[in-house]
Design a protein around this ligand. Sequence first.
Ligand SMILES: Cc1cc2nc3c(=O)[nH]c(=O)nc-3n(C[C@H](O)[C@H](O)[C@H](O)COP(=O)(O)OP(=O)(O)OC[C@H]3O[C@@H](n4cnc5c(N)ncnc54)[C@H](O)[C@@H]3O)c2cc1C
Length: 417
Amino acid sequence: MTHNIFWFRNNLRLEDNHALNECIKKSQMISFIYIINPHLRTIKNKLTSKDIFIIQGLLNLRTNLNNKGHRLHIFYGEPKEVFNQISELNSFDEIYCEEILAPYEKSEVNLIDKKTNCIWDSTLIELNDLPCDPIKIPDTFTIFRNMVEKNLVVAEPVYLPGIPEPVSIKGLNEFDLPDVSESKFIGSVDFLNNYSICEFGAKSFVDDYFKDNKASNYKITRNELSGKDFSTKFSVWLSQGFISARQLYKKLKNYESTKGANESTYWIFFELLWRDYFRFLHFKYGENLYFKYGLMNSEINIIDEEMTLEKLEVGKTDSSFMNAAIRELIHSGFLSNRMRQILASYIIFDLKTDWRVGTDFYQKYLIDFDIYSNQGNWLYIAGYGTDPRGGRRFNVIKQKNTYDITNEYEMRWNDNT
Ligand SMILES: Cc1cc2nc3c(=O)[nH]c(=O)nc-3n(C[C@H](O)[C@H](O)[C@H](O)COP(=O)(O)OP(=O)(O)OC[C@H]3O[C@@H](n4cnc5c(N)ncnc54)[C@H](O)[C@@H]3O)c2cc1C
């Protein structure tokens, strides 16, 4: 009897989960695990909103699996060590998981001694449906978009087949998730207090989003700085894979067929293509996207080596607008797209910080942290990515006058957290 382990990574759902379906297909017995790798998650120290979000998601996934007669084992440590310990005390055949192409996440898998099957699953457009080999992806987003749109194929979401016999993993200490039942989300993500953090919550949220006409005005409101409805907030659910891009797309198409398609509804799809693009670039450039000068040969921005993450976190820069943004990020775990851009530009060009310190800053706090989108956007702003125009510097004063002329945003985050 083949006994395989399914390792949940950034795909905490059972429906439309290609890696899970593949594992189920190849197994007669199955165990489910999640690993909290201290190099990627802080969960043991002071909890961020992002930690609380993931903890709630894991508790709900555990309940969902329990209801199906299965257990979710949660371990703490580096995957190589965890799997070595499992192998010493349990017999199993292979590991199945989602493929993540960022260098650290790749190395997590490469170090594991057991055979590990990684299945690509996080894009809207599946690899087979991409009109070119992903290692030949165009360097310009518009060319990529036109190419994809000309031959657009989006796969239908797949359902969860019957899960094979459960097998418990024995002999290892499991990680006790901290009690977060009293924790509350604030700011633009306070809506999370009204939804269960799991795949069912994700679906209800998206259904609620499409109930009225917000999607038809999305393009007009998406640059606002705060609030629930100015943008979709789908990133929050996508980041841990509570919903797949394919499931979202299907709901978007249903909305268009009942309420009508317009430039705004198209723009939601357009942004999901950006998300795909940053993922596919990893097939072509891999770890180069993480080098100090990204895809360039040398420095194009001046760096003050003294600027560290700890200094950024203090939030006492010369700009009170940017200090407000830093506080919003740290306390709520979210920033609007516009504010992510302004703050990233400020960190790179005004504070002269190594852009990779900025990526770490966002990684530590963003509830919707996504390694591909974060890296891609920081590279784009720093000018170290594929964009030939070389960097995007935002004038903080001008941005403040355009998006926070009433001072509402600044007062909210500087006075009241
Ligand atoms: C410096 C910087 C860092 C970022 N880091 C992240 C990150 O860690 N995780 C993350 O999901 N997004 C990141 N983004 C992209 C974007 O800001 C967020 O996806 C968006 O603000 C999330 O809110 P939303 O779901 O309401 O977006 P919406 O505007 O409603 O967009 C719908 C969906 O399209 C995708 N999308 C939108 N804009 C982008 C974009 N610029 N790049 C890639 N995908 C996009 C997201 O999946 C999003 O959920 C970053 C942007 C910048 C400038």
